[in-house]
Design a protein around this ligand. Structure first.
Ligand SMILES: *Cc1c(COP(=O)(O)O)cnc(C)c1O
Length: 367
């Protein structure tokens, strides 16, 4: 099976872990500090704070932004559930708005219409690795004094107007989960240029502590270990190489697949770079097979196609509970019914890429 995701683990990662093991200091320490310094330099932000998952990074960033009971946070229904759960965990209300069907990212016009006196923050997701419409979103946020928190979990290295994801809002969140563009098994990063936000995140990841046994507020243990940070430091050195490989594969897929009636290949917008965390197409009703059949057929040909995401978040029971129902976000619902992703990771050989293309063509024409 050509897997939908596969981490790149070379001698550098293995040696880095061995060094930490030999040092005998495994918890948050010098390698976490190194990762934070490198990550901030890479994104061009003043601060980067490591935590133990992307979900924890969103939770900590929302906390730092002051999100709590009675607040509303505007975000997209077309994302992984970890975009929304931390909003609810903090006692705030997730206010979902529909997406732009071309990019799958949150639609700024819809954001405008959802703002109330209770709105505190906007969480745009750079879905599949393509930055959201950050200029429009920043303008809206400034006009209404809202905090912008990028969910950049899929977008390390992506750029918008020459600036890196992570440096496009007030705070940004990254994931180092095993399937992400760079990874360390589990991990997360919060970036910001704001000292007060950085302090709040630093405290929140460590029981709300400002110093030894000085408790400023509630907190968690969201610390990353040096074992994981050592892997992530090596991965970050390779991120641009990985992105270039992903972009080259996407280009090959586009050229081979874009003229097939009923298949809609990804739309890369100008003025920003797409790092193809996923290569995601639509299988529309003009295709002789439906989306689910196509995914099944591809898998039977050992191509690990997958659907991100089959259920829009407003239809998840504990989120629907906030007053959502089927029909509320037609673009997100249609995307959930039509999208499928092909393997696009840097471990693919030229032969794998050709196999994927041939399999897609085969599955469509053999019906
Ligand atoms: C992966 C991901 C998360 C959560 O990250 P974890 O490290 O798995 O907790 C959040 N948002 C998006 C868009 C993601 O892709």
């Amino acid at each position: 099976m050509i897997a939908i995701a596969q981490p790149v683990i070379d001698a550098e990662e293995i040696n880095a872990v061995n060094e930490v093991l030999s040092s005998g200091m495994l918890a948050q320490g010098p390698r976490v500090a190194e990762l934070e310094k490198d990550w901030a330099a890479y994104c061009g932000t003043k601060h980067a704070l490591a935590v133990n998952s992307g979900t924890a990074s969103l939770h900590a960033a929302l906390f730092a932004a002051g999100v709590g009971e009675g607040d509303e946070v505007i975000t997209t229904p077309f994302s992984f559930i970890a975009t929304v759960n931390p909003i609810i965990m903090l006692g705030a209300t997730p206010v979902l708005v529909d997406i732009d069907p071309e990019t799958f990212n949150i639609d700024p016009e819809q954001i405008k219409q959802a703002i109330t006196k209770k709105t505190k923050a906007i969480v745009p997701v750079h879905l599949y690795g393509q930055p959201a419409d950050m200029r429009e979103i920043q303008e809206i946020a400034q006009a209404h004094k809202l905090v912008v928190i990028e969910d950049a979990c899929q977008a390390i290295g992506a750029e918008y107007d020459g600036k890196k994801a992570g440096n496009l809002g007030d705070l940004a969140c990254f994931s180092l989960y095993a399937t992400k563009n760079i990874m360390c098994g589990e991990g997360g990063i919060v970036t910001t240029n704001n000292d007060a936000y950085a302090t709040a995140v630093r405290q929140f990841r460590q029981h709300g502590m400002s110093g030894p046994y000085q408790y400023e507020h509630l907190g968690y243990n969201f610390r990353l270990t040096d074992l994981q940070a050592a892997i992530a430091v090596e991965q970050l050195k390779k991120v641009d190489t990985f992105s270039k490989k992903r972009q080259a594969i996407a280009k090959t897929f586009n050229a081979a697949l874009k003229s097939i009636p009923g298949l809609v290949t990804p739309n890369a917008q100008s003025g920003r770079s797409h790092v193809y965390h996923q290569y995601t197409m639509r299988a529309t009703k003009d295709l002789p097979v439906n989306r689910d059949e196509l995914v099944e057929k591809l898998r039977s040909k050992d191509v690990g196609a997958a659907v991100y995401y089959p259920l829009p978040l407003h239809l998840v029971e504990h989120i629907a509970h906030f007053g959502y129902k089927k029909g509320d976000f037609p673009h997100a619902e249609q995307a959930a019914a039509e999208v499928l992703s092909l393997p696009v990771h840097p471990k693919l050989s030229d032969k794998d890429v050709a196999t994927v293309i041939a399999a897609v063509k085969d599955c469509i024409s053999a019906t």
